[in-house]
Design a protein around this ligand. Structure first.
Ligand SMILES: Cc1cc2nc3c(=O)[nH]c(=O)nc-3n(C[C@H](O)[C@H](O)[C@H](O)COP(=O)(O)OP(=O)(O)OC[C@H]3O[C@@H](n4cnc5c(N)ncnc54)[C@H](O)[C@@H]3O)c2cc1C
Length: 404
């Protein structure tokens, strides 16, 4: 089998007949809210706005969901990415707890919304397990104690439990509930379809070039027209050229994924519980989950942005590296090939959290930017931004703001 490098299985395996197409934006008009970027975040915000009765318009530079969203791990996790202890050191225990609670709620509400809208995105409930090897055990114990003290729900796993459940030799683990796996591309397309049913309008291949603002409104300027907006939501994944001054807040990073060929039934028996998403404490960490078709998806090997001319060689090397690292955890997969190997770029804030909220230099704007390690940030952002758009922001949301 030859590995398909560079394309995401979610996008590649969805027949084009099932991908809705939206027109290009042309002309001049007005809207309550203009959303820039139709990844999962933009689409979740669009659905929340349209459902709340706001006149909502979405502008996507390329095609819907084909940015970071269509290239993710397909996880909806209750965990915001950075450790509890790191967040507590940066923001205090109270705010760290708020972030974890917001994330857990975001995962649960996101899953409930996708179910309620009957979006066929292979949503499946999972537990997640963070495992430590050798000298990482003490750090994991401290993280476990800090989360327990903050009232967060998780259980300690002994090496024996890990071996029985995950067929893994590890020093210790912690197990968390309220995780899900999903196809993020289908989730994104489905949310936008639901938003359009509620009255939102969407335009593809309609890049926003610039936003001008006065005291009363913002003018969103696309290639073939302008929209006068009450509010502009910027959901472009990272800070793009149009918001250059914000770039210094988000370090450009790349993450890599490999999806294996189908794992034979005899080998599957020697691997871990398929209902558990596994993460380790490596720097950067690995994430492993089962994907439809009895395939294993492994993500990790994150690094700073590589120059475009070396990118395809780096991708081949990183895919091989991820497959090798998977093999060291699960020797039973020996001989298994990667069916896909792909990468995704993201912007990382200094504390690893998504930026969600207003910025004092950009009147009428709200932002939801930064990789969050799973799809949950889209749902957390949609709640926070809807509150802000309705004029009832919550003080607790400030931990996600630009002033942090
Ligand atoms: C290590 C890691 C693992 C991750 N795993 C997952 C995962 O498992 N599942 C998951 O869903 N997410 C995952 N993510 C997060 C993912 O990268 C996204 O952050 C998330 O899916 C939400 O996407 P988004 O909508 O914020 O951004 P994107 O999906 O990148 O969407 C931004 C959109 O804005 C558009 N755009 C940019 N500039 C303009 C412009 N000027 N005008 C108009 N449109 C514009 C882009 O074309 C793009 O479609 C992971 C991130 C990291 C760092």
């Amino acid at each position: 089998m030859r590995t398909r490098f560079g394309s995401s299985p979610y996008i590649h395996e969805l027949p084009s007949s099932r991908v809705p197409a939206y027109p290009r934006f042309r002309g001049d008009r007005a809207a309550d809210v203009v959303i820039i970027g139709a990844g999962l975040t933009g689409c979740a915000v669009a659905h929340a706005c349209a459902a709340a009765g706001l006149d909502t318009l979405v502008l996507e530079a390329e095609r819907i969901g084909r940015g970071g969203t269509g290239r993710g791990a397909g996880l909806l996790l209750p965990d915001p990415g950075p450790s509890f202890r790191a967040l507590a050191a940066a923001h205090g225990v109270r705010d760290a707890r708020r972030v974890f609670e917001a994330w857990r709620r975001g995962a649960m509400e996101g899953a409930a919304l996708l179910r309620r809208l009957r979006i066929n995105c292979q949503l499946a409930p999972r537990d997640s397990m963070l495992v430590a090897r050798g000298d990482e055990e003490r750090a994991l114990r401290r993280e476990f104690d800090a989360r327990r003290e903050a009232g967060l729900e998780l259980t300690w796993q002994s090496p024996k439990q890990l071996h029985t459940r995950m067929k893994l030799d590890a020093a210790a683990g912690v197990r968390m509930r309220d995780s899900f796996t999903l196809d993020p591309y289908r989730a994104c397309l489905g949310l936008l379809t639901a938003a359009v049913r509620r009255g939102a309008e969407c335009f593809e291949q309609s890049r926003v070039m610039k936003v001008r603002f006065t005291r009363r409104h913002a003018d969103v300027i696309a290639a073939h027209g302008t929209i006068r907006a009450g509010k502009v939501v910027v959901a472009t994944g990272s800070a793009t050229a149009e918001f250059k001054p914000l770039r210094r807040h988000l370090k450009r990073r790349e993450t890599y994924f490999a999806l294996t060929a189908p794992v034979p039934a005899a080998v599957r028996k020697q691997l871990g519980d398929p209902a558990i998403v596994l993460a380790d404490m490596g720097t950067p960490p690995h994430r492993i989950r089962w994907a439809p078709g009895d395939r294993l998806l492994v993500g990790g090997a994150d690094q700073g942005e590589t120059p475009p001319k070396t990118r395809s060689a780096v991708l081949v090397q990183r895919t091989g590296q991820l497959m090798y690292e998977l093999l060291t955890m699960y020797p039973a997969i020996s001989g298994l090939q990667a069916e896909y190997g792909w990468d995704a770029s993201y912007g990382e804030a200094y504390d690893g959290l998504m930026y969600i909220g207003a910025h004092r230099n950009y009147p009428h704007h709200l932002f939801a930017l930064g990789g969050s390690g799973s799809a949950t940030g889209a749902f957390v952002a949609s709640r926070i931004l809807l509150r802000a758009l309705q004029g009832s922001p919550d003080k607790a949301d400030e931990v996600f703001g630009w002033t942090r």
